[in-house]
Design a protein around this ligand. Structure first.
Ligand SMILES: O=P(O)(O)O[C@@H]1C[C@H](O)[C@@H](CO)O1
Ligand SMILES: Nc1nc2[nH]cnc2c(=O)[nH]1
Length: 292
């Protein structure tokens, strides 16, 4: 019924990986965190760490991108059990889309209820500045328009329904919580909200592409997150995501600016401390099934 090219993992494969991890740590995470490019410092906030290199975890892909360490870190954040991906996977690394998103299903089977994803992105919104933190309220899934969706293939109802809703992909209470926490921490001047657009990468966008994406309603453009969000929502986890605007998308033929990965990592370094404080404060306020 489904083409031979389907490269998904079965429920049993995911269960085996989750059980392998659970057998080696006493931490029972309720929050899962994904670190974007240059934002791996988030994992260093965890106390009493139990660390696994991706290469040692059954079924796990390997990180191939500079700025993605390739470690799964279990620990507690202000007493709350968490698991953190210090490095994620991208379509452009050549992995099948189901492999990129496999960790979301592992998170679910580990007991994670809430996923917090971060990414580095180019700012399309002309009001955005480098260093702004954008709370993601919605997404544009460009690879999805071309038929590349992580849920393609047989659907296993143990994970979720065949046709999951995405109009509520980004939890509104968590967006409000992020806004409240950001304002409280004094980040109001660089806190934004907006729509994130995913492309396949690895080439950065042309000027014409940036102009088109902006016209379509995107505030920021990147190469990740959306696939993970779809799989996390499919299996019923709550999702919060933010973009660090690491560079301004080039929209003008007179501009001399050129997007580059070094600038992306450098901006990550500069905002690391504030991002870590914001995420860790949010985690302390997320209850298991409600917010305090
Ligand atoms: O993993 P994220 O989305 O943060 O990484 C972005 C997209 C590319 O991997 C890289 C480009 O600099 O940063
Ligand atoms: N596609 C894309 N990804 C990014 N990641 C960080 N900056 C950018 C960007 O400008 N474009």
């Amino acid at each position: 019924m489904f083409p031979e090219s389907h490269t998904g993992y079965s429920y049993e494969d995911c269960r085996a990986t989750a059980d392998w991890l659970l057998a080696q740590t006493a931490v029972r995470p309720v929050v899962g965190i994904v670190c974007g490019s240059g934002l791996g410092g988030l994992a260093d906030m965890l106390k009493d760490q139990v660390v696994f290199n991706y290469r040692d975890i059954p079924n796990f892909p390997q990180s191939t991108v500079h700025g993605h360490a390739g470690r799964l870190v279990f620990g507690t954040l202000k007493g709350r059990p968490c698991v953190c991906m210090q490095g994620r996977f991208h379509l452009y690394e050549g992995y099948p889309i189901q492999k990129i998103t496999l960790p979301m299903r592992i998170f679910k089977l580990l007991g994670v209820e809430t996923v917090i994803l971060t990414n580095a992105a180019g700012g399309l919104n002309q009001d955005f500045k480098v260093g702004d933190i954008m709370i993601i309220k919605d997404h544009l899934n460009m690879p999805g328009f071309a038929g590349n969706n992580p849920l393609i293939g047989p659907n296993d109802e143990r994970f979720g329904v065949r046709f999951p809703c995405m109009s509520d992909a980004y939890d509104r209470e968590l967006q409000q919580l992020a806004m409240d926490v950001g304002i409280e921490l004094g980040y109001g001047d660089f806190l934004r909200e907006g729509v994130y657009c995913v492309l396949g990468g690895p080439s950065f966008e042309t000027i014409a592409e940036c102009r088109m994406l902006h016209k379509l309603g995107a505030d920021a453009v990147g190469m990740s997150t959306v696939h993970e969000v779809i799989v996390a929502r499919h299996c019923g986890m709550r999702v919060f995501a933010l973009s660090l605007i690491t560079n301004r998308a080039v929209m003008d033929y007179d501009s001399e600016e050129k997007a580059n990965h070094e600038e992306v990592l450098e901006t990550g370094k500069q905002r690391a401390e504030q991002l870590e404080r914001m995420v860790s404060t949010m985690v302390t306020r997320i209850g298991h099934n409600n917010y305090s």
